[in-house]
Design a protein around this ligand. Structure first.
Ligand code: PEP
Ligand code: MG
Length: 596
């Protein structure tokens, strides 16, 4: 039966395909297709892993000490029984044979199916056996990983490709941590649906950077949608249609084709310089998460990297941070890929919804009683870990010998922090001089993300070369709305007069001081805000590479002088969005309060 689920649209476009439900804890399992010729070998691999676990469990049982509680032996028997149950192994085989899933994927897909059956059981005892099943599957996954040896694991590490004739697949999960989302770059999935998340949660941001339709904050999609259901994701409206009728399907297929044509049309703007009708040159820079993203930035026609979120190099590493050399190689790779264009590297912005260790938003919610968004994150964490911070600075400075680098500091709120940063830079330069490492001048910038920084901007500007406005956090902290919390997502409003005042005054003050200013939050990549930001005097935007063409189109059609003339009315308005719609015709294209 067809039904609909509503969520928050975070990445535009239409995706149609079959649902793949993945438990949040198993998102790091590799997902890839195997060839027809490899099916038998994959089944054999799965069975070998199962037999290995059977041996382990039998050995454990044999070695149980005499005085061990008898429940332990019974538990091992249950695990052995589950291990050989056809509902697990037989059905896992089916996923491999019919869908060509790799063994790990097939196993976790079947676990999802069985876990639901357990959840629906009336009997408490039987329902609780789900945990046993999960442990058994975990053991088989470990055995498969051990067999792979040092071969790359995880979705990101496998060269993904579509399997000919296979239906497109859409990932459905309760939540996805940002670093896990990152693994799905170049993956088999054509769309994402999650229960949790807000418009500018980092999971949503990474989904947008993948440039495939995504809807978050559906609250219960992962409970309502079943493995293999046909699903439509409408990434423009936030609608998810499960088991659509043929007529609805046809309508969405038509829309899908239309948006592909539109993308192809916009892609032709790639080499067109972003200049307004009245001759103002606009920098359209890219936001990237990994050095490999720089290629997509160049392809999209970016004139630089305005935000390299370096924290993604630090995440999901089991507590081991990247060394100075590893970081240096990553920064150098990004700089070289940008072929002389500037690369703005932001120092590590760990914390809030970007924890160092793999943790989903749900786990974070339960882990932290206090508010992590206001805790030891970003520059606060860096200053609390001085040797880690200097290590990152050294890596960035060393990479400056290979191209134009700008250094950007997140979450600055105090002048004292800027002084400490300047001290750290001085020390790092001395160290590099002593060790004979080459470096060049690196401009220093701070992010304007905390209202305090926007209010005291003239003081900050005396110490830095540029500023970049992080509207995602600026909105969060100005309106006291957790950007990752779908429960308050309706109050997250970029059109709020207080937010607009802070952005407009920051741009005006930076320009008056002769310092360069850009916006690198999600507002910069949403064409619904392009005219407004141009009206405020912004001349440098940074966004996901995929957003560059549509923002460029808006720039090409804009008259910046005319736009500036209507700004006072918008800023003075009780309903700025409506005033902007009337005066500029912006914010009306269904975007407005929603980022795409
Ligand atoms: C921002 O806050 O707007 C920003 C660009 O940084 P992040 O989204 O990584 O917090
Ligand atoms: Mg931020």
């Amino acid at each position: 039966m067809s039904f609909q689920v509503f969520g928050i649209p975070v990445s535009r476009g239409v995706a149609i395909g079959r649902a793949v439900l993945v438990a949040s804890s198993r998102l790091d399992v590799a997902h890839y297709f195997i060839d027809e010729a490899g099916v038998e070998a994959e089944i054999a691999r799965c069975l070998r892993a199962r037999d290995e676990v059977a041996r382990e469990l039998s050995a454990l049982k044999t070695d149980l000490p005499e005085d061990a509680p008898h429940e332990l032996a019974a538990l091992l028997d249950v695990h052995l029984m589950l291990l050989h149950d056809e509902a697990l192994t037989g059905a896992t085989k089916q996923w491999i044979v019919e869908r060509h899933y790799n063994a790990e994927w097939a196993l976790s897909a079947q676990l999802e199916v069985l876990a639901r059956q357990f959840d629906e059981m009336e009997d408490d005892y039987l329902r609780e056996r789900k945990a046993d099943l999960e442990q058994v599957v975990e053991r088989i996954l470990d055995a498969l990983a051990a067999e792979q040896g040092d071969a790359p694991r995880g979705a990101a590490s496998v060269t993904q490709r579509d399997f000919a004739g296979e239906d497109p697949l859409l990932l459905v999960a309760a939540d996805i941590a940002p670093a896990d989302m990152l693994q799905f770059k170049r993956s088999v999935f054509h769309g994402f649906i999650t229960d949790i998340g807000g418009k500018t949660s980092h999971t949503a941001i990474v989904a947008r950077s993948l440039d495939i339709p995504a809807v978050v904050g559906t609250r219960e999609a992962s409970r309502l949608i079943r493995q293999d259901d046909w699903v439509i994701i409408d990434g423009d409206s936030g609608l998810v249609i499960v088991d659509p009728s043929p007529i609805v399907l046809e309508e969405y297929r038509f829309r899908q084709r239309q948006s592909e044509l539109e993308r192809a049309r916009l892609a032709r703007l790639r080499h067109t310089p972003a200049v307004t009708m009245d001759g103002e040159r606009i920098e359209l820079h890219a936001n990237i998460e990994l050095p490999a993203d720089a290629e997509a930035a160049v392809t999209a026609g970016a004139t630089g990297v305005g935000l390299f979120r370096s924290e993604f190099l630090f995440m999901n590493r089991d507590g081991e941070l990247p060394s100075e050399d590893e970081q240096f190689e990553a920064y150098k790779a990004a700089v070289e890929a940008m072929r002389g264009m500037p690369v703005t590297i932001r120092t590590v912005d760990i914390g809030a919804d970007k924890p160092l260790d793999r943790m989903s938003a749900n786990e974070l919610r339960h882990e932290h009683v206090l508010n992590p968004a206001m805790g030891l994150r970003a520059i606060r964490w860096s200053l609390a870990e001085p040797s880690m911070f200097r290590q990152q600075l050294r890596a960035i400075y060393r990479a400056s010998a290979f191209g134009k680098i700008r250094l950007l500091i997140p979450m600055v709120a105090h002048l004292g922090e800027v002084r400490q940063i300047l001290e750290a830079i001085k020390r790092v330069q001395q160290q590099l001089n002593e060790s004979g490492h080459a470096y060049t001048k690196v401009d220093l910038g701070v992010m304007i993300e905390i209202p305090a920084a926007a209010v005291m901007l003239p003081l900050l500007l005396k110490h830095v070369d540029f500023v970049s406005i992080g509207t995602n956090d600026l909105i969060q902290y100005t309106l006291a709305i957790d950007r990752a919390d779908e429960a308050v997502a309706h109050l997250y409003d970029p059109w709020h007069p207080a937010v607009l005042q802070l952005i407009a005054s920051s741009i005006a003050q930076a320009r008056a001081a002769g310092k360069s200013v850009s916006v690198c939050g999600e507002m910069a990549g949403d064409p619904a805000f392009t005219d407004l930001l141009l009206a405020m005097g912004l001349r440098s935007f940074s966004m996901h590479p995929a957003q560059i063409p549509s923002v460029k189109q808006r720039v090409l059609r804009a008259d910046s002088a005319k736009l500036a003339g209507v700004l006072p009315a918008i800023l003075a308005s009780e309903d700025p969005q409506e005033t902007a719609r009337l005066a500029l015709g912006v914010g009306s294209a269904g975007a407005g309060r929603t980022f795409h």
